[in-house]
Design a protein around this ligand. Structure first.
Ligand SMILES: [Zn+2]
Length: 148
């Protein structure tokens, strides 16, 4: 349910697990999520108000369905700083490392103009990241959060 927020949080460098594989409204799985959050000192983000209430400080009810409002809420709660860091894979949450020249060369979707760009690599997905148009657009949208 919070798949976009999950990806955005990873773009911002936050260690983010997703409960997408778990079905909604299953009390046992909800309990498991809360246990994981408490055990690993994570904050459970949920659109399920009842679950958030049960979380007793370890869970946050996400009020809006809209991604920018969701991010604004987390910023206002002091939980995140809205800036792109390119330090985690948005797909699998693994820490990115600088890509080697060979990895950049071997990636067919890499931009042709390499000069002045920093490339990062997910060793799990073997996916190349860089501050391309997607990252730039996202950064602009995040900056807009600070503007009235
Ligand atoms: Zn990955």
């Amino acid at each position: 349910m919070l798949g976009t927020l999950t990806r955005y949080l990873r773009f911002m460098g936050y260690d983010t697990m997703s409960a997408n594989s778990l079905s909604r409204g299953n009390t046992r799985e909800d309990t498991l999520l809360l246990e994981i959050a408490q055990r690993d000192h994570r904050t459970l983000l949920t659109r399920d108000r009842a679950l958030a209430r049960r979380g007793d400080g370890a869970a946050v009810f996400i009020r809006s369905e809209h991604i920018m409002a969701q991010i604004r809420q987390l910023v206002e709660m002091g939980l995140i700083q809205p800036a792109i860091r390119m330090s985690r894979c948005s797909l699998c949450n693994t820490r990115l490392r600088p890509a080697t020249q060979r990895e950049v060369r071997q990636t067919i979707y890499a931009p042709r103009a390499h000069a002045g760009r920093d490339f990062f690599w997910c060793p799990e997905c073997r996916k190349l990241y860089w501050m391309g148009s997607h990252g730039k657009n996202l950064e602009k949208r995040l900056e807009a959060i600070y503007k009235p």
